[in-house]
Write a protein that binds this ligand. Sequence first.
Ligand SMILES: Cc1ncc(COP(=O)(O)O)c(C=O)c1O
Length: 434
Amino acid sequence: MEQAAKKAKSAPTKANGNGHGEQQHQQQELWPSVRASFTAMNTVNPIRDLVDTMDIKGNPDKRMIALSIGDPTVFGNLPKSPASTNAVITALKSGKCDGYPHSAGYPASRKALAEYFSTDGLKYDLEDVVIASGCSGALDLAIEVFNRVGGNMLIPEPGFSLYKTLGIAKGLDMRAYQLLPDKSWEIDLADMEAKIDENTLAIIVNNPSNPCGSVYSEEHIKALIEVAARHKVPIIADEVYANMTFGRKFVPLASLAHNVPVLSCGGLAKRFLVPGWRVGWVLIHDPVNAFTENVRPGLLKLTQHILGANSLMQGAIPSMLKDTKPEFFSSVLSHLKENAELVCSMLEQAPGLTPIMPAGAMYLMVKLEPSMYKDIKDDRDFTQKLITEQSVFCLPASVFGSPNFFRIVTTIPKAQMMTAMERIIEFAKAHADQ
Ligand SMILES: Cc1ncc(COP(=O)(O)O)c(C=O)c1O
């Protein structure tokens, strides 16, 4: 406070605005530094922190290729579906999407989502859907509705860094459970179970996974649900990459959860290629009536913090879901699969690198063996030197909690992906310890 007070200076001379050009001197009152909240001060974004410390200038002789950005629109090669454009235009022209929607979303949009995600064994009604501002907003609602002082939540490692960002800012203890690279990134269920205690408020599961690109089998999903059931802990299922699979069928976790309540979080961002539209949702699945008394009304109350998500984009949901052609989704998936296969086949020639073939989402992880190189310490060192020498930017997976891996985004145009892989091979050979 003293520091801040010392720094305060007299206000600069200013015109007083009365039209006579009269100058006034004012002594500014001394103010202490105003404190920001616990939430603000404890909000940490590991990816931002890392990027801020990296030197991302690159080799001036080579154009930078960013394999680091989880936004499928940045290269312009994956345009959104015409059905999405038409849906927004229609919503805009209707004049019916300009006011405040219900804070949990327009009933027609909630109903459309409920129908879209209902399957033979899983039925959602309008009341089971809460529309949020992006899947991030949905995750924020889901984590907040369970939040309690002294509580903890379980999160995957490697995992999407937002879980930690949100949980820690809310004062929660976010405990990592391990995913197993040698088992296509399945959950180490013994590790998960060992991390549960009487203060565990929820288990966060991400399938398909960012950063791994893994997709769980039905058996594995059943097994993880069993763990949650044994300890009576609800699940938050982050399924923002739902149906974005090419190696294996996507199975919604809630469809197998007959004895565990689940909040499934999703959004339009990735599958519909419109992350900036900020549309997400929470689907409430409660086969054991554990959410009726508190969690359901709690979620609705929380939506009132922002008076609901963007009305225009919500208004577009029903026709986007109805009119987007299956070929749109399948062509995006083919692109993701072909790029993943290209990476896996090319990186076989790179000493010290083992790519793990994904089955979904838009990422894959590459394992790195620093002992194979003469001068590479770890994932950060590898990715930094790769930028400097080859102008290829991959995210070191220590930002996801897994050092000695790095993540590659598979949305980029194929020709650029090929060039990037050639450069990585050249880099790995140049640094190999032979
Ligand atoms: C696993 C995962 N969940 C949630 C999100 C956030 O999605 P949205 O852009 O809809 O907020 C992302 C974004 O990258 C993600 O990878």
